[in-house]
Design a protein around this ligand. Structure first.
Ligand code: FMN
Length: 154
């Protein structure tokens, strides 16, 4: 019998968490287009995730099958709308963290990392925060319903 440890949906799942410096203004058409592209592509490629923008940084968590994830990582790394893409964490996941989210998204107005950390402690500057601190924030905001699915903005 085939070994089936850590399998989900019949394929192994991987994730990538990074931070980058935004080059397009917040709430601009260029910024909005990122979310629309994510919605259009992610569902078709079995990618789910979370994108947050704060203080001129994007932090994004994406997860999915390896081939689709690697392809998306390449697209994102060379996207002109941001720079200094730096990985904070990556690896295997046993189950999706943001199942049901083509791409959840928040910004400092809808849900501020700094405000969250001021209440709960830890590093308030998102550019200095650890992967664990960022993921806790994402988990919390997605579960509390503060994150929006891109489907909500269409
Ligand atoms: C911060 C950031 C996050 C992005 N996230 C995604 C994403 O989750 N999914 C996606 O397909 N494209 C995402 N993109 C866009 C890709 O880099 C790329 O432009 C897009 O996938 C190409 O789509 P197209 O082939 O339909 O033109 C993101 C871009 C940036 C700058």
């Amino acid at each position: 019998m085939a070994w089936r440890g850590y399998r989900y949906e019949g394929v192994l799942l991987y994730f990538w968490l990074y931070i980058s410096t935004a080059k397009v203004p917040p709430r601009s058409a260029d910024d909005a287009l990122i979310y629309l592209q994510a919605r259009n592509r992610n569902a078709a490629h079995q990618i789910s995730g979370y994108l947050h923008r704060e203080n001129g940084y994007y932090v994004q968590y994406i997860e999915g099958p390896k081939i689709a994830l690697d392809r998306l990582k390449r697209l994102i790394r060379r996207d002109w709308r941001h720079e200094n893409v730096r990985a904070l964490a990556e690896g295997r996941v046993q189950a999706r963290r943001f199942s049901g989210w083509d791409m959840a998204f928040t910004n400092e107005e809808t849900s501020s990392f700094r405000a969250y950390r001021t209440v709960f402690g830890g590093e308030p500057d998102i550019s200095k925060a650890s992967a664990k601190e960022i993921l806790e924030f994402m988990d919390e905001t997605a579960l509390s319903g503060k994150a929006r699915s891109v489907a909500d903005v269409a």
